[in-house]
Write a protein that binds this ligand. Structure first.
Ligand SMILES: NC(=O)CC[C@H](N)C(=O)O
Length: 431
């Protein structure tokens, strides 16, 4: 017979429980009585699994190096292959889950406690979750936030995204730091052998795949939403003029569009394959090349589009857009050991010496040594000295390897949008 629900009281002797400030000996408090209730659903009883946090390990993460990590599943079930990367952000897991640049990747959060603020309606960065799955240490069993609309587990289940918890994320992170990003297979299917999952992980590769085609929009559309006034900051002195911007959607995050709109841009978002000639036909004041997933060398059509637009209007590249610009200018990109993923990366603006705490998410970088003369490295990542920004003033080009639209706490990099406005303004005035 299975227990469905049970109420009971616990009598606790405070002198045993209060390790820091035990009640004085004279205190009348002898025992604390705590009312508890325990329930097991009939499904749980059928499968023999108790509800969280007592669930037993029912998932495996098999890495291509042969290591096998037992874990507990939440969200969707099934079997999924992807590249495992670690993210050091303390907050913002919903923005991370909906950042299309994570397509094909499992995101492992180094912050051990995830899910405590649930998910809300406002923090979505795109129309769906494109990542392969989520790997966390501890899944909060309660949610508490004034904007919370749903638990993280329900949200992932509805979007068919797999998650695992109770896995040693510190050990996996150290392995990734030492050996570089690894391909892994996450599975809740007990019928699949470890060997089969290992073979799957070893026969899949993220390099050389066009992941942008799976995340870009199907047709052009207008974007009008601005950052909500109670969340906006630093809005004084913004130009009242309107600038017409075409934004290439390689996996664009909504906040890039909100920030551009807040700075007075009238935006048309176009698919990644939108011909340069069509873009130039509408005579935009500027073109934005967005962030996006995967290997920039796997999308030569996008590099060609960038080349055709270069020098005709001011352009701003963000992350994947920055890498495509680097290639279009004649430079090379390379895959980093484990990339940068987190909301706490220090970047130095070499033009003014200012240090920004930035949000980053990339596995590839532009090799500065490969760039032709005239291309200026404007920003460097202070953790490893890698290229974090470029400019080519002769062609009105600016680009950042990181995310000026993100709000990981600091808004240090938001000024990049003002710079883009200034670039469009000065080009317009000079025409
Ligand atoms: N956020 C992005 O645009 C990522 C760019 C590219 N996919 C990389 O991993 O480097």
């Amino acid at each position: 017979m299975s227990i469905k629900a049970m109420d009971f009281s616990l009598r606790i002797n405070p002198s045993i429980c209060f390790t820091q400030n035990p009640p004085k000996p004279s205190s009348k408090l002898r025992f604390l009585t705590v009312r508890c209730s325990l329930s097991l659903t009939s499904d749980d009883a059928d499968t023999g699994l108790a509800e969280r946090p007592w669930k037993v390990a029912d998932a495996r993460l098999v890495l291509e190096d042969g290591s096998i990590w037992k874990a507990k599943s939440f969200g969707a079930s099934g079997t999924q292959v992807g590249e495992v990367v670690f993210n050091t952000s303390l907050t913002g897991y919903q923005e991370i889950l909906t950042d299309p640049s994570y397509a094909g990747q499992f995101v492992l959060m180094t912050n051990p406690h995830i899910g405590n603020t649930g998910v809300n309606f406002d923090d979505e960065e795109s129309r769906q979750c494109f990542l392969a799955g989520l790997v966390i240490r501890s899944l909060s069993i309660t949610t508490s936030n004034w904007r919370c609309a749903e638990t993280l587990g329900d949200y992932l289940a509805e979007r068919n995204i797999m998650g695992i918890y109770d896995v040693d994320t510190r050990a996996i992170t150290r392995r990734l730091r030492q050996d570089g990003s690894l391909i892994g297979v996450l599975s809740t299917e007990q019928s699949r052998s470890d060997e089969e999952l290992l073979e799957m992980s070893r026969s899949w590769n993220i390099v050389g795949i066009d992941l942008i085609s799976g995340v870009t929009c199907n047709a052009p559309y207008e974007w009008v939403d601005k950052t909500k006034s109670d969340w906006d900051f630093n809005s004084n002195g913004r130009d009242q003029e309107t600038y017409r911007v075409v934004a290439y959607d390689f996996g664009i995050k909504h906040n890039i569009l909100r920030r551009l709109a807040s700075y007075g841009c009238k935006i048309t978002v176009v698919p990644s394959t939108w011909p340069a000639a069509e873009t130039l036909k509408v005579k935009p004041d500027g073109v934005l090349f967005s962030n996006g997933p995967g290997d920039p060398s796997a999308v030569p059509y996008a590099v060609e589009t960038v080349k055709e637009i270069l020098g005709k209007v001011p352009v701003f590249g963000i992350c994947m857009g920055h890498q495509l610009l680097g290639q279009a200018l004649g430079g090379k990109t390379f895959k980093m050991k484990f990339g940068h993923h987190g909301g706490n990366h220090p970047v130095c603006n070499l033009r003014n010496g200012r240090v920004e705490i930035s949000a980053q998410n990339h596995n590839y970088a532009v090799d500065p040594a490969s760039l032709p003369e005239g291309v200026e490295v404007t920003h460097v990542n202070l953790n490893d000295g890698s290229c974090a920004g470029l400019a080519y003033p002769a062609l009105n080009v600016m680009s950042l390897q990181y995310h000026p639209e993100a709000s990981p706490g600091p808004h240090d990099s938001d000024c990049a949008f003002r710079e883009f406005i200034e670039l469009m303004k000065s080009t317009k005035q000079a025409a």
